[in-house]
Design a protein around this ligand. Structure first.
Ligand SMILES: [Zn+2]
Ligand SMILES: [Zn+2]
Length: 345
């Protein structure tokens, strides 16, 4: 038996499935759910919970309506609130608060120990978050497949380092998306090409999209530096190779093109800022000595020029976004240029 046809409770018009508003009287189909979500969002004690509710509400509203624009504005405002929240997890914060008095009493050594303690705590909590994605079977299987493919290309040690670096990069996206209350999939590896995190909702705000985009290369940079530290500690050249390759891949992801991380970063910049970014890329390229990094930077510049000329730019500038983009490119280029493993003699 077929489902009874839906009719608008206000005017009785027959409704096709997936409609968000009645075509005759414009009544919102999901008005009850929308009321409940608005209620949840206004009662929410954390901006992240409010964002989760407003994002779900946005999906139930037809774009272009007044309600849609109002909620989109709320999402933008709440994103700015989230940006001002301290980034260390609550556990680390608590220890900071207690540590201040103690550190003051112990002097410089105490302060260093306390900082170190806070750092270890942060690493442990972030470490737990890092393992989160691995509980998904799809992530784990696709990761193993990728590992197999890279193994045949580079041998297992570099393949393993590469897969872990990519995973950390992707978890940077996942953690930041969670912070903005966006539903997203766990990372999926595409053998030979990298990995992706699929969004189940739109971010609805170019700045938040840019922050989520740049979080991948930031975490990827952390992975490259971590590998470099392992090289210093063990003297094993493989860690230098992992740091170098990781930095190169993260730099590639900053290409201002389509849905690559760099493309997302550029979309929040005004047209003038895009030209500034191109100038900044040129300045970094002029300091390059090797062909590998300067070749990639030339590509980034071409992408930047194209985006500045043709892309639709927001009216408002995003200075933190521009600074973060250029800062990342500069540090990753430096790693690419300086941390080159010696070829075996
Ligand atoms: Zn109707
Ligand atoms: Zn990414």
């Amino acid at each position: 038996m077929p489902d009874p046809t839906l009719h608008c409770p206000a005017c009785g018009t027959e409704l096709a499935p997936n409609l968000l508003a009645c075509p005759t009287c414009r009544r919102l189909i999901h008005s009850d759910r929308l009321k409940a979500l608005a209620d949840t969002a206004t009662r929410a004690t954390s901006p992240i919970d409010a964002l989760v509710a407003w994002r779900e509400a946005l999906e139930l509203l037809p774009p272009g309506t007044r309600q849609y624009d109002t909620i989109q504005a709320k999402i933008t405002d709440l994103g700015q609130v989230v940006d001002t929240l301290p980034s260390p997890p609550p556990a680390a914060e608590k220890s900071n608060g207690k540590g201040v008095g103690k550190a003051a009493g112990l002097g410089a050594i105490g302060l260093i120990l306390w900082k170190f303690n806070a750092f270890v705590l942060l690493a442990l909590t972030k470490g737990k978050v890092l393992l989160l994605g691995l509980t998904k079977a799809s992530t784990f299987t696709s990761m193993m497949l990728s590992f197999g493919v890279y193994w045949t290309m580079f041998g297992w040690p570099l393949a393993l380092g590469l897969v872990i670096s990519i995973y950390i990069h992707e978890m940077g996206h996942v953690v930041t998306l969670m912070r903005y209350g966006v539903k997203a999939s766990a990372p999926m590896f595409i053998p030979g090409l990298g990995a992706i995190v699929r969004l189940q909702q739109s971010l609805g705000d170019p700045r938040q999209d840019a922050r989520c985009g740049l979080a991948g290369p930031w975490w990827g940079l952390g992975a490259a530096l971590g590998s470099y530290l392992l090289n210093l500690a063990t003297g094993l050249p493989i860690f230098l190779a992992i740091a170098h390759l990781g930095a190169f891949i993260n730099l590639f992801n900053l290409l201002p093109f389509a849905s690559l991380d760099g493309g997302r970063a550029f979309r929040s910049m005004s047209t003038n800022q895009r030209w500034l970014a191109v100038l900044g890329l040129g300045a970094i390229m002029s300091l390059c000595e090797g062909q590998e990094a300067s070749g990639l930077l030339a590509l980034l510049m071409i992408g930047g020029v194209l985006t500045a000329l043709t892309g639709k730019a927001p009216k408002t500038a995003d200075s933190p976004g521009l600074m973060a983009y250029l800062g990342l490119v500069a540090i990753l280029t430096l790693i690419c240029e300086r941390l080159v493993p010696m070829p075996p003699a």
